[in-house]
Design a protein around this ligand. Structure first.
Ligand code: HEM
Length: 486
């Protein structure tokens, strides 16, 4: 049947697609439905985080699957091959466009060199320095508020929901400033953003846009309104003036000047940049924090070691940026949890010219997948890969491992631009939680994972019992700093 499709495509002159089918069919992989490809298998597996490990186990380090009749996915888990080829892969494929197209065509996700190189360097520059300092003070304020509310609670707390709200507030305030939490426009952006994310994973599984579905139209309206609101916020900010005094990312983006003094980002680019920061910064950090807390709650001895380090280094103070490198054990805990529950289990590139690998050729037009979740559990690199062992990240062990064995932030020309910002967020929040609470898993909590807007989350939430461990030192310190605390 698949051969017939290939021949038919040549017959009607679609030679590129015929070649894609022909070369794709030679690569090892599961049988596919001629129309739907392996989409039903992907759906049945519950997402790439389950599907790709099973495929690689059965078919080896290079494996293909079909996302519909003509969309070929090829996943490569061999890190030497990845090291050789990924630097030349800089475009995102259709699958990424389906999943992330809502961020806007000006978004970094859809840029190509040379614009991509300039935007990435602007992003790197924006996400360090004063942004990190701003992140630190916003995280103090917001995390203390959340922890204060925990101390009133006797029941189990769904930390997935708590962290999702917390990281959205933190990244929202870092992106848009105080307006994000305090104005009706900010509130509307929050709601729209959540609605858009909840339904975006579905877009990948659609062979054609479901124009008959009212929910699909509502989703499109929410996407447009989200961009409109971000645009309104930019206009308001420009009209209000005073951009120079603020440290939030929107001000930094609007203030960015090129050598001749002109604005670096157009308004549309500024809008897309801030929406990208919001998405990039909130979901992966929430997921990292959630899974780290799950692992600590189920490994009390490791939790105790991490807490005693936090108590020793911080001595009851709120964590400042300069404290973070000294939280060595906590940093190993975070790295190990990003290995086991990597927030982006797979990242994708478009193949723009044929890639010959051994007996196979990955054809032009294919979607090249980097299966981070498979690489992070390769037993030849990670003995007992499912065990939670932060000491895998002791310096001597890290140095002994091959390059690209650990890639939670991706790799090559499209690696994450917010790695430092994201790690700092998780370090600050986790150290503050451990200072004040001891965590245990609620006895009735079932654990399974699912992808929400490309990010790995616990499917049934994560209910933890949080028992207070210490005094309210942080509360007193915040009052001393003049931060309002409701
Ligand atoms: C723990 C936190 C984070 C994790 C685990 C993470 C992970 C990733 C991964 C795996 C990618 C894809 C890389 C690739 O394709 O090779 C990515 C891309 C990206 N991330 Fe992050 N990220 C985190 C935090 C952040 C933050 C805080 C921001 C911004 C505020 C951010 C912004 C981005 C952007 C804009 C891209 C797209 C880059 C491009 O397409 O060129 N990320 N991230």
């Amino acid at each position: 049947m698949n051969k017939i499709l290939g021949n038919f495509l040549s017959l009607i002159g679609l030679n590129d697609l015929a070649t894609l089918r022909k070369l794709g069919d030679i690569i090892p992989g599961p049988p596919a439905n001629p129309l739907l490809g392996n989409l039903p298998d992907l759906q049945q597996a519950g997402g790439f985080q389950n599907y790709l490990p099973a495929l690689h186990k059965q078919y080896g380090s290079i494996v293909k699957f079909w996302l519909g009749p003509l969309e070929l996915g090829v996943s490569v888990s061999d890190i030497e091959i990845l090291g050789e080829v990924t630097n030349n892969l800089s475009a995102r494929p259709d699958a990424a466009k389906k999943l992330l197209g809502w961020m806007g065509k000006e978004s970094i996700t859809f840029q190509k060199p040379p614009e991509l190189i300039t935007t990435r360097s602007n992003f790197f520059h924006l996400l360090i320095g004063s942004s990190l300092q701003n992140l630190c003070s916003v995280s103090h304020e917001q995390t203390v508020k959340m922890l204060d509310s925990w101390s009133q609670r006797k029941d189990a707390i769904d930390v997935k929901e708590e962290f999702s709200g917390l990281t959205l507030n933190i990244v929202g305030s870092c992106s848009f400033g105080q307006e994000f939490g305090n104005t009706s426009l900010g509130q509307e952006i929050r709601t729209l953003f959540k609605n858009v994310l909840v339904n975006s994973q579905q877009r990948l599984e659609e062979v054609v846009p479901p124009v008959w579905d009212v929910n699909y139209h509502q989703w499109n309206r929410d996407v447009s309104r989200l961009h409109e609101c971000a645009g309104e916020l930019i206009t308001q900010r420009k009209q209000a003036g005073g951009l120079r005094q603020s440290n939030d990312l929107l001000s930094l983006v609007l203030n960015e000047r090129n050598d001749s003094g002109g604005q670096v980002f157009t308004d549309a680019e500024a809008r897309a940049a801030v929406v990208s920061f919001l998405f990039g910064g909130f979901d992966p950090a929430g997921s990292s924090l959630t899974w780290a807390c799950y692992l600590l709650a189920t490994h009390p001895e490791i939790q105790a070691l991490a807490r005693s380090e936090v108590e020793r280094v911080l001595a009851g103070r709120l964590p400042e940026l300069e404290d973070l490198p000294r939280l060595e054990y906590l940093n190993r805990v975070i790295k190990e949890s990003l290995r086991l529950y990597t927030p982006n289990p797979v990242t994708m590139r478009l193949v723009e010219s044929d890639i010959p690998i051994g007996d196979y050729t990955i054809p032009t037009g294919a979607t090249f997948c980097i299966p981070i979740c498979v690489i992070h559990k390769d037993p030849t690199i990670w003995p007992n890969p499912d065990n939670f062992d932060p000491d895998r990240f002791l310096p001597e062990q890290e140095q002994a491992r091959p390059r690209y064995a650990y890639i939670p932030f991706g790799m090559g020309a499209r690696g994450c631009v917010g790695a430092r910002f994201g790690t700092t967020q998780v370090q600050l929040m986790l150290s503050m939680i451990l200072q004040r609470f001891s965590l245990t898993l609620s006895p009735d909590q079932e654990i399974a994972s699912q992808l929400e807007a490309t990010i790995l989350q616990p499917k049934f939430g994560l209910k933890l019992l949080a028992q207070s461990t210490s005094s309210s030192v942080q509360q007193l310190e915040l009052v001393g700093k003049g931060i309002e605390n409701s």
